[in-house]
Design a binder for this molecule. Sequence first.
Ligand code: PLP
Length: 404
Amino acid sequence: MLNVDEIRKDFPILSREVNGKPLVYFDNAATAQTPKQVIDTIVDYYSNYNANIHRGVHTLSQEATDLYEQARYKIQAHFNAKFSHEIIYTSGTTHGINLVANGFSSLLKKGDDIIVSALEHHSNIVPWQMLCERTGANLKVIPMNAEGELVMAEYSNLLSKNTKLVFVNHISNALGTINPIEDIIAQAHNVGAAVLIDGAQSTPHVKPDVQKLDVDFYVASAHKMCGPTGVGMLYGKEEWLKKLPPYQGGGEMIAEVTFEKTTYADLPHKFEAGTPNIAGGIAFGAAIDYMNGIGFNNIADFENELLEYATNKLLDIEGLKIYGTSKHKTAVISFNLEGIHPYDVGTILDKLGIAVRTGHHCAQPIMDYYKIPGTVRASFAFYNTKAEIDTLVAGVKKAKIMLS
Ligand SMILES: *Cc1c(COP(=O)(O)O)cnc(C)c1O
């Protein structure tokens, strides 16, 4: 069991006020809050270890390098990658996806198929459209149903020997649906296609095992799992990372440079050009330690309780509709009040100190499917409480009265 009162003490921001009211932070799917254990790591790094890594013979540089590489081992262990060089530091999920999309430019030809899902974040759609424009490959889309689930029978129909890549998010950021990625990966592998899973929304709630999933690529952002912004990771199977060309050229990613020919560094450095977010990488490791300290089973149990509680309370409000009603979902509630624009609801909630997201959540195709401009999205984390949900419910009721 998780002691939420104790946990909340770790998050300095949770005790601040917004618009004269105690902050209720329900925008966790956009970014999670940062515990002092992680903040301290960043302060400690800049106070005691700041140096460039992998190049200096001096002590500071070696200490910084050790901390940064230890964090890579933590990430490797957390995701159960076979080798630490299969973990590439990135600036976040978007960077990881672009790195893979760029790499596949040289592997695809006209007539090849790439499959994405209707539940994707824009960052998981646009890079593939760009890739298709460069290569002449076709983009195919797994459709969704009214519950906000992927139609798996259609997926099976889209797969063929022309399918080279499948890209799906593990959990939808707009609706919270948990996609059946084991099945998606197995079916893709049956036709010889590679699979990239966008784990930006899953990693705050579950602990993925990349070997067990047998996934080819898996990407995540530290800031959605209690870490800092501007850092993330790409897991790639060694064979794939060896096959893909480097993404960016620069320092750190080379073995030898002459004007005739440059040879690339070994993994993972081949994909890590330039000075990285060193403090961010170290803090990412600290965030993983922090979340494992609480335990992902405890987190899931607690958040499911919050989800059920909030769903029931919100559905009591007449005219409130929830989008994304799969039985397999995480603690995200996307909703609208009949006849009221989500932006107006969000504005009133903000006056009450409640932070929710409004809009299309970088997932416009989903909004088009439901024929709505957007939703109000409340997304919960393990440091939220039922009392905060009561505040939200009261706020939504108030908004309804004020706006209708
Ligand atoms: C947040 C998010 C992204 C983008 O993550 P960045 O950290 O902004 O790169 C991609 N996919 C999903 C599902 C997300 O929730």
